[in-house]
Design a protein. Structure first.
Length: 168
């Protein structure tokens, strides 16, 4: 094995570094691993959307139960960025319940399912009667800048149903 004046081997195998082929193979492996990890990690934004829809559904159900138990109407006032639980005692007032007011995450918006615009800011958007009926429960919580939304509707029993609508 020949040695140079510096005392190092001049053999090709002894030089440090990687060949272009080795780098391409490593990059391909890393690309495959990143792709698999991307598929395995759930969409966090969709999870936040579904969680917000579940909270709103629970608030609508609380409205309904509260109206039945108290014998007085209840309501939920919707706005683009949140909602609040209302009670009726001669006039509409914000409920004293701990979860009476909720704000949505900044990337989410409440949309009227029938007109695709923001709900009114006035009285309740959803009215819950002491008979257990719920008026106007068709609501969407959507992404502001992404495709997909969760639709909240009620079935024949008045129970709130949430359904994901959008890309999978």
């Amino acid at each position: 094995m020949p040695i140079s004046a510096t005392g190092r081997s001049t053999s090709r195998r002894a030089t440090a570094g990687f060949t272009l082929l080795e780098l391409v193979v490593v990059l391909a492996i890393v690309g495959v691993l990143v792709g698999v990890a991307g598929i395995a990690v759930p969409d966090r934004a969709r999870g936040r959307l579904e969680q917000a829809a579940s909270r709103l559904a629970a608030t609508l159900e609380d409205c309904r139960r509260g109206a039945v138990l108290s014998g007085a109407p209840g309501g939920v006032r919707l706005s683009r960025d949140g909602y609040e639980l209302l009670t009726y005692r001669g006039e509409w007032r914000t409920s004293s319940a701990a979860h009476a007011r909720r704000r949505l995450a900044p990337e989410l918006v409440l949309v009227d399912a029938t007109s695709t615009h923001a709900p009114d800011e006035g009285g309740p958007s959803v009215v819950c009667l002491p008979s257990g009926e719920t008026h106007r429960p068709d609501i969407r919580i959507a992404f502001r800048e992404r495709a997909g939304y969760v639709e909240l509707t009620s079935d024949e029993n008045g129970d709130i149903i949430t359904q994901w609508v959008g890309p999978t």
